[in-house]
Design a protein around this ligand. Structure first.
Ligand code: FAD
Ligand code: SIN
Length: 526
């Protein structure tokens, strides 16, 4: 059975939900989402959303901080427009019910690495949950929007794939219903990719399980242009505890004065940057990596004790409670932390309206590469980018000539064998990808390690393809197929960037090459 919607949205994080709410008055909307509707990177965002509101702040300063972090690769016009549009989009979030934390006068503004002013609006340390819940509450009231939970998009359907030679357009998607195990066909006039990032490609990540790079992988397979996948941001401070799965210790803790120290209690960031513990994220992550390698320690520590119990419990209730659950009282002891993969700065190339190189296909949020983040994202700029691009995409679509997709799409064909022994092999492949990405394509890279990763990934990709085409499709194999594809894209981009810039640091070319400022790493299937 083929279902048709005017607007098909893949993903129920901030980008997908914002877009859905904005187009719903113009036509029917379906949102497909991998697990339950709230499960997304958005839901775990802690620090907040950057927006100029303070009396001592200006658009110019926010633009400058974003460009400085981006290390010569941001598109300045994109940065300027995003920063200037922020107050209007934030106002809409507030109208939809997002309750940002307040100070005695106005909002309580947080600070994070690379920001020269306090400009982060937050809901204590649970900003993402607050935004996700408010957007979902508004979605629930809208009769034109249907959410399909446990519906995993597998591949985009394009005219080219159906054999049309002279035109190409995105027509819809095949999606696995995780409950019925059937593959369903969704067709659309416009499709928005809002599938988020790919942190799960690494062994250690702050991202939840849904972040397997599906959007980038699907777009690449459909011949859409991709850029800058080498720029993976590692967050410096993920809780280090055997039972804590990927729990972030927000940069806002350092914004409030938290200091990074070694096991002996000595601060070490002054040896790496003038801004010490609040230096840009790439520098802090590399410094921690260097300290751990030098001393053989398994982690470093973040000390916020001096702020006192009342402040800590009020400003960081989630971090306090989670650490306490693991036996760490952060009002009395420093927090053990390690870096972990956090954010994908590259992705599907779009303009600020979310338009991709394929007609009918739009992208917004972490899956997209608009040029805002360049070689290193400034903290708390991603939630902002998602609302700006989703808003603009909804506007730009209205200006397009009306396209009604009436093409009948073929049903899904798949292999039917199910060999339980093979599943062990597939799980092993997943572990292998994550480990080799962590060990060879991590915070500090080298040609030797990148080439080693590349050749092993080629073999894994072949094994995954064999399994994929002969077995009945499953959520696991969809994830692994995409993880293996995205891992290869990261490695290919990293190999071709023969310099160190922003988040991409390689021992073979330790300096930035000025001739490569403003030069993106582009990938597209012929
Ligand atoms: P997501 O919120 O990740 O949503 C992706 C959606 O796509 C999910 O619903 C998922 O189920 C769905 N999906 C994925 N693949 C498929 C598929 N194949 N089929 C169907 N659905 C699919 N940024 C900030 O600006 N400020 C912060 O304070 C901040 N803190 C963060 C803290 C953590 C722990 C993490 C992990 C990230 C943080 N970030 C922060 C980054 C920010 O949260 C994300 O970049 C942003 O939320 C991405 O939004 P999105 O809508 O693009 O994707
Ligand atoms: C954090 O709270 O440290 C995450 C902020 C971000 O990734 O933008």
């Amino acid at each position: 059975m083929q279902r048709h919607y005017n607007y098909l949205v893949l993903g129920s994080g901030i980008a997908g939900l914002t877009f859905a709410l904005k187009v719903a008055s113009k036509g029917s909307v379906a949102i497909l989402t991998k697990k339950n509707r709230a499960e997304s990177n958005t839901n775990y965002a802690q620090g907040g959303i950057a927006c100029v509101t303070g009396a001592d702040d200006s658009f110019q300063l926010h633009v400058r901080d974003t460009l400085d972090a981006g290390a010569g690769l941001c598109k300045e016009s994109v940065v300027r427009e995003t920063v200037e549009e922020a107050p209007e989009r934030i106002q809409e979030l507030i109208q939809m019910g997002v309750d940002f934390s307040r100070a005695q006068e106005g909002y309580d503004l947080g600070k994070e690495g690379g920001h020269s002013r306090r400009r982060i609006l937050h809901a204590k340390d649970m900003t993402g949950k607050e935004i996700e819940q408010a957007l979902l509450a508004n979605i629930a009231k809208h009769p034109n929007i249907t959410i399909f939970e446990n519906s995993v998009a597998i591949d985009l359907i394009t005219m080219r794939k159906l054999g049309y030679c002279t035109q190409n357009r995105c027509l819809g998607v095949y999606a696995l219903n995780k409950i019925s195990r059937e593959v369903e066909v969704f067709s659309s006039d416009h499709l928005l990719l809002a599938t988020g990032g790919c942190g799960q490609v690494y062994q250690h990540t702050t991202n939840p399980d849904i972040a397997t790079g599906d959007g980038v992988a699907m777009a690449y397979r459909a011949g859409v242009s991709i850029a800058n996948m080498e720029f993976i941001q590692f967050h410096p401070t993920c809780l280090y505890h055997p039972q804590a799965q990927s729990f972030l210790i927000s940069e806002a803790v350092r914004g409030e004065g938290g200091v990074l120290i070694d096991a002996q209690g000595n601060p070490f960031m002054e040896r790496y940057h003038l801004l010490k513990s609040l230096a840009p994220r790439d520098i802090v992550a590399r410094a921690i990596d260097a300290e751990m390698k030098k001393t053989g320690a398994s982690c470093v520590y973040l000390d916020i004790r001096f702020k006192g119990e009342e402040f800590i419990k009020n400003r960081f209730p989630q971090i306090f409670a989670t650490c306490q659950k693991y036996g760490i009282d952060i009002t009395k002891e420093p927090i053990p932390v390690v870096p972990a993969a956090h954010y994908q700065c590259g992705g599907v190339i779009t303009d600020l309206n979310g338009q991709t190189s394929l007609p009918g296909l739009w992208a917004a949020g972490e899956v997209a590469c608009t040029g805002l983040h360049g070689a290193n994202r400034l903290a708390s700029n991603s939630l902002l980018e998602a609302i700006v691009v989703s808003h603009r995409a909804s506007q730009a679509i209205q200006k397009e000539p009306i396209t009604q997709n009436t093409i009948e799409l073929p049903a899904w064909q798949h292999g039917n064998s199910q060999d339980p022994d093979e599943l062990v092999v597939v799980n092993h492949m997943e572990q292998e990808i994550k480990l080799l990405m962590w060990n060879y394509v991590g915070i500090v890279r080298s040609n030797k390690r990148l080439y080693r990763a590349s050749s092993r990934l080629r073999m894994i990709a072949q094994e995954v393809q064999e399994y994929y085409w002969t077995n009945r499709v499953s959520p696991k194999i969809i994830d692994i197929r995409n993880l293996s594809m995205v891992a290869s894209l990261i490695v290919d981009c990293a190999i071709s960037r023969q310099e160190s810039r922003g988040l991409h640091y390689t021992l073979d070319y330790p300096e930035a090459d000025i001739s490569k400022a403003g030069v993106d790493t582009l990938l597209q299937l012929p």
